[in-house]
Design a protein around this ligand. Structure first.
Ligand code: NAP
Ligand code: MG
Length: 498
């Protein structure tokens, strides 16, 4: 047996061990490359890194071990003003009138540089945010580059987006993003804005600013004209200053429904164009005829990918009553072998929860599930003693009135509900203020088509889950927001009729 794999007390019950794998121990396999981090990150304004006018910085920590990584500049309203002025100057002086073919070259260059620096970015993302290295390495960073490649191709073809209408950029765009996919959310925002000819001022989330500020270094390396991209790190007030600044003619926000509503209230009556990508409480619906093993993998991916910090996470599992027991048994076996721990380890399935605040929120909602009478099943895994971690958790016996069936938990917690008929599944799936995504698992193509029409969700996956592509528009219904990101539709939101 290789030294890397140690099996404890193999003689007692080898079959049980092979089935459950709970006694297998792997040696650590940490990623060790240098993420090239700085001790202090300044604001990226007008092509340079500048200290905040207030002189204030805040710490960003590694949520897996609670150690400080770096000081991050705190931008106030005067820094945001400087960034907006720089963006306007770049828009009127250079970027807004540059031929699309030339703009496209910069986007291609950024995409290639992201690939060149992919390993460094993946490690920085994992250290700052807690997600497993295999996800930042295989999903976040390649997808961020893919968004720049895709939009680079559109930069000189905008006239084909809406034939017969002359479309022009909006000018200065204010963008605010959350912490769950820091660089990827930045790419979703910046790539289409730049391809369409706009200049941007972007505020990253407080707990995960590093890759956004490292992206400033990529802009420098790409020779992007000064002021086309400006990154202003800070807290909610910084985001509010970006959004309310008189020079931002379009506002693109991704975050919670609660903050989205506040922003909509504050911008009501202004001429600013808004797009909102907000929260979700997706139904992942499994019919009795579904390929069950495949569905179980999809359910696991749907809720445990990125520790469940996913707006479109399949957090409500709706299972047809005839197979409910079998699905629960399979899920319990599957979560028993999920590896939770050091996000930097290449074998880790679930990394750290992004912040103490988020861990508290998840813990509180899970306690409400127990109190309200649902049955909790948790993996028996041991959690690290330092850092913010939460065990993969499943609730069975959940009813529609439980908080865990209604509120977005944004953590590794699945609520299972059952249904008997397709009509009941649709009724339960749509019975939520949200409408971002949904999943359908069935053997029947006609049922997939019917369900995808009836489900009030921006994205419906069939016999798969959490599949993304820059060509495919993403966005919500109802309180999950409006506007789309990705595809033609996403680009149109960054243009206006001349
Ligand atoms: P959040 O609290 O709404 O924060 C999102 C961003 O807004 C952060 O940069 C935040 O800054 C900033 N912010 C906070 N208050 C603000 C204000 N008054 N004005 C302007 N900006 C403000 O959300 P979160 O907890 O970071 O992210 C999780 C939420 O995002 C979940 O609800 C999730 O579903 C949603 N999300 C949606 C999508 C989608 O595409 N639909 C994608 C990813 C996430 P700080 O970091 O300083 O608080
Ligand atoms: Mg951090």
């Amino acid at each position: 047996m290789p030294a890397a794999v140690k099996k404890a007390s193999a003689r007692r019950n080898p079959i049980r061990e092979l089935v459950f794998g709970d006694l297998w121990e792997f040696d650590p396999a940490p990623e060790t490359a240098d993420p090239k981090l700085k001790k202090r990150y300044d604001l990226f304004i007008n092509g340079s890194f500048v200290s905040p006018r207030s002189g204030k910085y805040f710490s960003t920590i590694n949520p897996a071990n609670e150690t400080k990584i770096a000081d991050i500049a705190l931008a106030d309203a005067s820094d945001v003003d400087a960034a907006c002025q720089a963006a306007l100057k770049a828009f009127t002086g250079v970027w807004g009138k540059m031929p699309g073919k030339e703009r496209g070259k910069y986007l291609y260059r950024i995409a290639r540089l992201l690939q060149d620096h992919a390993r460094e970015f993946a490690i920085a993302e994992t250290m700052d945010g807690g997600k497993p290295i295999k996800e930042s390495r295989d999903f976040d960073i390649p997808m961020a580059a893919a968004h720049f490649f895709y939009h680079a191709g559109w930069a000189d073809k905008l006239e084909f987006l809406s034939p017969g209408r002359q479309l022009v950029p909006r000018g200065v765009v204010g963008q605010v993003i959350p912490w769950n996919f820091p660089l990827l959310m930045l790419a979703w925002k910046i790539a289409p804005a730049l391809a369409a000819g706009n200049c941007v001022v972007l505020k990253p989330a407080e707990t995960t600013s590093i890759t956004a500020l490292k992206f400033g270094e990529i802009c420098q390396e790409a020779g992007l004209p000064n002021g086309v991209v400006n990154i202003v790190s800070g807290a909610g007030e910084t985001g509010s200053a970006v959004i309310n600044h008189p020079l931002t003619s379009k506002v693109a926000f991704t975050g919670s429904t609660e903050v989205g509503k506040m922003i909509m209230r504050s911008l009501a009556g202004t001429e600013k164009k808004m797009t909102m990508e907000l929260g979700g409480k997706a139904a992942n619906i499994v019919f009795g005829d579904a390929p069950l093993d495949q569905a179980v993998e999809g359910i696991v991916n749907g809720i445990f990918f990125n520790q469940g910090h996913v707006c479109c996470a399949g957090s409500r599992l709706l299972v047809q009553e005839s197979i409910a027991e079998e699905v629960l048994a399979k899920l319990k076996r599957r979560i028993a072998v999920l590896r939770v721990g050091d996000p930097m380890d290449k074998n880790t399935d679930l990394g750290a929860i992004n912040s103490r605040e988020q861990l508290t929120k998840i813990t509180e909602l899970v306690q409400s599930g127990v109190k309200e009478g649902a049955e909790m099943h948790q993996s028996a895994c041991r959690l690290p003693t330092k850092g913010f971690f939460f065990k993969p958790t499943i609730f069975s016996g959940v009813s529609m009135s439980h908080r865990i069936a209604r509120e977005e938990i944004f953590g590794p917690v699945l609520s299972i509900l059952t249904f008997r008929t397709p009509e009941e599944a649709v009724e339960k799936a749509n019975n939520t203020p949200y409408g971002l995504s949904a999943g359908v698992w069935t053997d029947k193509g006609s049922r997939i088509l019917k369900m995808s029409t009836l489900l009030k969700a921006g994205v419906v996956w069939a016999n798969t889950y959490n599949k993304f592509d820059p060509t495919s528009p993403f966005g919500g219904f109802k309180e999950s927001g409006f506007g789309r990101e990705g595809g033609k539709q996403g680009l149109l939101d960054y243009l206006k009729v001349a």
